[in-house]
Write a protein that binds this ligand. Structure first.
Ligand SMILES: [Zn+2]
Length: 595
């Protein structure tokens, strides 16, 4: 597949990114002095202890210890692996991610431009065909669609013919290649030459990406015929597991979007919009995927899934629940609405209107309640065997949920339902308890960097360099040379940081951290980044660093001398003056030093 993402690109990306904007689009930030604060999205709290620093491009929660860079936030909040977080961030700034030893993962935008253009023109053609067809207009009106709605969603009609698109858009072989690449025409099977139109005699729903570009179509058959719904196949532009129909229109319709309603069909989504529920979106012939949820939760904190009350609907709901568990966490609300049997959102909102429909949304089951209610239908909790069966069914589901407040609360509810304690339930489930915050943020030994706490000279010096990259310039040539003479893993890290900042000063702490992401010392550096800065003024930082390095050198050199004296004492004995020197050294060493 793809090679490593070059560090220079990450460097550039972090320099361009604005962590306040990235976190601010997901969490309500308030300005507080030079920084921003909010209630932490990673733990449950009423008073804000989550801080974002635009200077350092770093966030830190004093409550739960969560901290990191813009990339770290995307990884933690959206649960993205590193390369995807990079893709996501790069996408925001219109950059395509290069990979070492290969081209970028995303095809250059230029290659796709003709396809977007083609799909846009086809959508216009379909819309015009709808206006020209009395039969299609009659059908759309019969389904209760107004002209306004049809214009808003650019609904159209694919004429009842095998070669309409070929005749209008397939003049050259290159044009036919493009039509085929978008899935609009299908190559005839062997024996006969040429292509035929995929969509015939259908009401056409353009599927648009979040930027409003048409990327595919959904077609509903007019009157009778199979299949009732037909979508474009997956293409370079369209992956059905990613796209939500109506998301573009939803974003256009709403100023302050709080919630998304996810339904199963595009007709449902359109009719809900028409009825004033302008936050309805539809999955496209696929179960809800974690990717859908990630996208949705970038916009809102509440998602309601709507399913028909029949057997098929209940089955789809349970599949959806299983697919979304990995995205459940505190600060996100996921609920399930079941409609009365025989009703779908389209028919129901038509009958009872948007207000009554929205009242139903308030009644939707929270994910936790739905999960418990469903398992209860499979296991009888009135006896021990039933409870054991319940636990066995719950275990794989709970394992999908990331440790944290959300999972703890769910466990509490399940314990309640089973009439047991949460500790006992955790034993039964063999679920690791959510680590306490202190333990969570202080990992095991990290090679090299001294773990003596903030007080140690080495830690001070490294922390200063992290928080104030510019301080590196203050370190003298003599000090740099002296550092070269010391072989100590922690000093090596300090030296490397120092040289790195001199060669290419970081513009923010985040940039330094990202340069070290792949290194074993990364985690410890992150902890130092999250600890409060030792000095707040950049000018003072240079002085402090010089002093810290000087004392560090002093201690290290004494340590070196100490070793020489001890070795000599063992081999041949010491002179009186050497004995005095040794005594002086050992007493000063015991007063504290770099180790
Ligand atoms: Zn927190």
């Amino acid at each position: 597949m793809s090679g490593r993402i070059p560090q220079a690109f990450i460097d550039e990306l972090i320099a361009r990114a604005d962590i306040v904007e990235i976190i601010g689009s997901r969490v309500a930030l308030k300005k507080a002095g030079r920084e921003y604060k909010a209630c932490c999205p990673f733990h449950n709290e009423k008073t804000p202890s989550f801080w974002v620093s635009p200077d350092k491009q770093f966030y830190h929660c004093f409550g739960c210890g969560a901290h990191g860079t813009a990339l770290g936030f995307l990884m933690q909040y959206d649960q993205l692996p590193f390369p995807e977080a990079v893709e996501d961030l790069a996408g925001r700034y219109g950059l395509s991610v290069p990979h070492e030893g290969g081209s970028s993962v995303r095809a250059p935008v230029d290659d796709m431009a003709p396809l977007y253009d083609l799909l846009g023109r086809v959508a216009e053609f379909y819309a015009a065909s709808l206006k020209a067809s009395t039969r299609a207009r009659h059908y759309a009106a019969g389904r209760g669609l107004t002209d306004e709605t049809m214009a808003q969603f650019q609904i159209g009609y694919a004429p009842d013919a095998w070669d309409e698109l070929m005749r209008h858009f397939g003049g050259s072989s290159e044009q036919r290649r493009q039509l085929a690449a978008t899935g609009l025409i299908i190559e005839r099977s062997s024996g006969s030459e040429g292509y035929y139109d995929r969509f015939r005699d259908r009401l056409m729903f353009p599927i648009r990406d979040t930027r409003g570009r048409v990327i595919a179509f959904g077609g509903r058959v007019i009157d009778q015929g199979e299949p009732k719904y037909l979508n474009s196949p997956e293409t370079a532009l369209f992956q059905k597991g990613r796209e939500l129909y109506g998301l573009y229109e939803t974003r256009r319709a709403r100023q302050a979007l709080k919630r998304l309603l996810v339904v199963e069909g595009y007709m449902d989504a359109v009719r809900l919009h028409q009825a004033g529920i302008t936050y309805a979106v539809a999955t496209l012939g696929t179960a809800t995927t974690p990717e859908h949820l990630r996208r949705a939760f970038r916009l809102v904190s509440e998602i309601v899934f709507c399913f028909d009350g029949d057997r098929a609907g209940r089955g789809a709901a349970w599949r959806a629940l299983q697919n979304v568990l990995s995205q459940a966490r505190e600060g996100r609300e996921i609920r399930f609405l079941f409609l009365p049997e025989g009703e779908d959102p389209d028919s129901l909102v038509g009958v009872e209107g948007s207000r009554a429909f929205e009242a139903r949304l308030q009644e939707a089951l929270p994910l936790s309640e739905y999960l418990i209610a469903h398992l209860r239908t499979e296991a009888d909790l009135s006896h021990a065997d039933g409870k054991a069966h319940f636990v066995a069914l719950a275990r794989p589901l709970i394992e999908k949920i990331a440790p944290g407040v959300y999972r703890d609360l769910l466990l509490e509810r399940i314990a309640q339902a089973l009439g047991t304690s949460i500790e006992r339930l955790q034993q039964w489930l063999k679920v690791e308890p959510t680590p306490e915050r202190a333990a969570a943020s202080s990992p095991s030994a990290v090679s090299g960097v001294d773990r003596g706490g903030r007080g140690s000279l080495l830690t001070q010096a490294i922390s200063l360099l992290l928080h104030h990259p510019g301080a590196a310039a203050a370190v003298t040539e003599r000090q740099r040379q002296a550092l070269l003479g010391i072989s100590h893993a922690g000093i090596a890290v300090l030296r490397e940081l120092l040289e790195e900042q001199r060669a290419q000063p970081a513009r923010s702490m985040a940039q330094t951290l990202e340069r070290w992401r792949d290194r074993p010392e990364y985690r410890r550096l992150n902890e130092l980044a999250a600890s409060e800065p030792l000095v707040s003024e950049p000018s003072a930082a240079g002085r402090e660093l010089v002093q810290a390095v000087e004392r560090l050198l002093d201690v290290q050199l004494r340590g070196g001398r100490l070793e020489v004296l001890i070795e000599k004492a063992r081999r041949e004995g010491l002179s009186d003056s050497e004995k005095q020197e040794l005594q002086a050294l050992t007493s000063s060493q015991s007063r504290g030093g770099a180790r």
